[in-house]
Design a protein around this ligand. Structure first.
Ligand code: AMP
Length: 492
């Protein structure tokens, strides 16, 4: 257990005086949540996309049945189950049920193509899949038990549920490797609880809070912060199938919290709907840099500076601007409770804490790159501290593109384009874009004269829509350094 006095000097800013700063409440996600449900069974926990409310008791009973069914189907603790469907209460019940059975949930973007899904399956070796399109389940292989989010299987034994320990893996989330091969981040119950509990403290997340949750549940932002944060705080969430500015404006009056990526705030401002967020207790931004001009536009519309935080899949949330103290646009604030942050000689942000994974899934090669000899995780982001110790993200030491809050590894897009017969060489970069933060752009050295649209279509057959280059440009040669390495920064 990490108590306030052990969490480092900066954590003081995030922990309300007198609060219980336990970062491992209940010892596991189900341990924490079942205690909340038992204390307040009638609590309105989740509002489904059709408007119906699910109480804590219903979530407990339904997730218990799902857990028992998955056990009855022969799944054992530690087995992986792919979960890939649009957000709904049934999807949440399936996710929670899988965790209660001790399974490891592998959240997969429902927009992934067959190639992308097959690559994950080859690595994660799932034994079951919860999908809203059975065709997608079949892509995973012959022996995989495929069910829809209702998990319509025969009832199974209810004994031995909720038995996972803090160091057992709960969720395996993939971050495509820079070599194009997917890298799985196994987040343990302790990692996820520490992450949810830390933002719970820092953002004063209380049972009375109601989160308007429009983020996808296959990413750590929507799943680890939005959903798990809600359940760990014993609060409520209004689930939406996706982000739509008018929809947010129509429902914000019913909420106290809203989480978005900068592209979401950009669309709320551009559409004129941002003032609808005025009555909320807190708006949080993360997953990509929030330009100070956009923070100012949101503040002008809502009366509050949005609270910017920083985190990543492998680490959950790392730093946050303070809820009660000064919010500094252009910075990501101070380390969250339990998190240690240091800057290496070259400015790289390195971190450690109960929220950080111990290593990648079956990738000792990646671990050797990602962890320092003394055990700190290398984020690949570059940072600096301002005069008040607030962290500013100064860039990325890796080539990652962040478009609309989604991460795109250039190498993966390049490999997809190189399978086209007319593409001789290609470099993919992120170009600054007002709407997307960065726009995936491919610079192609072509054989013959392929049309840009044909190359985009070729990429779209192999990659999820957000990875497909928004622009394709042609060049006679790619700029390279003396060692032949492509100079991506010259193309940005
Ligand atoms: P992901 O693993 O998808 O959550 O992406 C993590 C990466 O997103 C980090 O390594 C950062 O490069 C970036 N990121 C997340 N939050 C912020 C932020 N507030 N400002 C700048 N970059 C961010």
């Amino acid at each position: 257990m990490v108590r306030q006095d052990e969490t480092g000097p900066a954590a003081g800013v995030h922990v309300p005086p007198g609060a219980d700063a336990d970062l491992l409440p209940g010892g596991s996600l189900p341990g924490s949540w079942t205690a909340r449900w038992a204390a307040r069974p009638a609590w309105p926990q989740l509002r489904d996309v059709d408007g119906r409310w699910l109480s804590s008791l219903e979530l407990e009973e339904r997730s218990r049945r799902v857990a028992a069914r998955l056990r009855g189907a022969g799944l054992a603790p530690g087995d992986r189950v792919v979960v890939s469907a649009a957000a709904s209460a049934a999807l949440v019940v399936a996710h929670v049920g899988a965790l209660r059975a001790g399974l490891v949930v592998v959240p997969v973007n429902a927009a992934y193509t067959r190639t992308e899904v097959a690559a994950l399956a080859a690595d994660a070796c799932p034994r079951a899949a919860v999908v809203d399109d059975p065709e997608r389940g079949r892509w995973l292989g012959e022996d995989v038990v495929v069910v829809d989010p209702a998990v319509d299987l025969p009832d199974g034994p209810e004994d031995g549920l909720d038995a996972a320990g803090p160091d057992d893996a709960a969720v395996l989330i993939y971050t495509s490797g820079t070599t194009g091969r997917p890298k799985g981040a196994p987040l343990t119950h302790a990692n996820l609880l520490a992450g949810a509990a830390a933002v719970g403290l820092a953002w004063r997340w209380a049972p009375e809070d109601r989160l308007l949750l429009t983020l996808p549940l296959f990413h750590v932002h929507g799943l680890g912060v939005g959903l798990h944060g809600t359940l760990t705080a014993g609060a409520s969430a209004v689930l939406r199938p996706g982000f739509d500015a008018a929809d947010v404006a129509a429902r914000a009056g019913d909420a106290t919290l809203f989480f978005g990526v900068p592209a979401i705030y950009q669309r709320l401002v551009a559409s004129g709907h941002a003032p609808a967020l005025r009555g909320l207790r807190l708006c949080v931004s993360g997953s990509a840099p929030l330009p100070p001009s956009l923070a100012a536009a949101v503040a002008a519309a809502t009366g509050e500076v949005p609270l910017e935080r920083y985190g990543m899949t492998e680490t959950m949330m790392l730093t946050s601007n303070p809820y009660a103290g000064e919010r500094r646009p252009g910075t990501v604030g101070l380390p969250l409770p339990g998190v240690d942050v240091r800057l290496a000689g070259d400015g790289e942000i390195q971190v450690r804490g109960p929220n950080v994974i111990a290593g990648y899934w079956r990738r000792p090669d990646a671990d050797a790159d990602a962890f320092t000899a003394d055990g700190w995780f290398r984020t690949g982001d570059l940072g600096e501290h301002d005069d008040a110790g607030y962290l500013r993200i100064a860039g990325r030491s890796k080539d990652l593109i962040i478009t609309g809050g989604f991460n795109v590894h250039p190498r993966e897009v390049e490999e997809a384009l190189l399978t086209h017969p007319s593409v001789r060489e290609v470099a993919v970069v992120g170009r600054p874009s007002e709407a997307w933060g960065e726009e995936v752009t491919a610079v192609v050295v072509a054989e013959g004269a392929p049309a840009a649209e044909a190359l985009r279509a070729h990429a779209a057959e192999r990659l999820a829509p957000y990875k497909v280059p928004k622009r394709v440009e042609f060049a006679d040669a790619l700029p390279r350094n003396a060692l032949g390495k492509v100079l991506r920064h010259e193309l940005r």
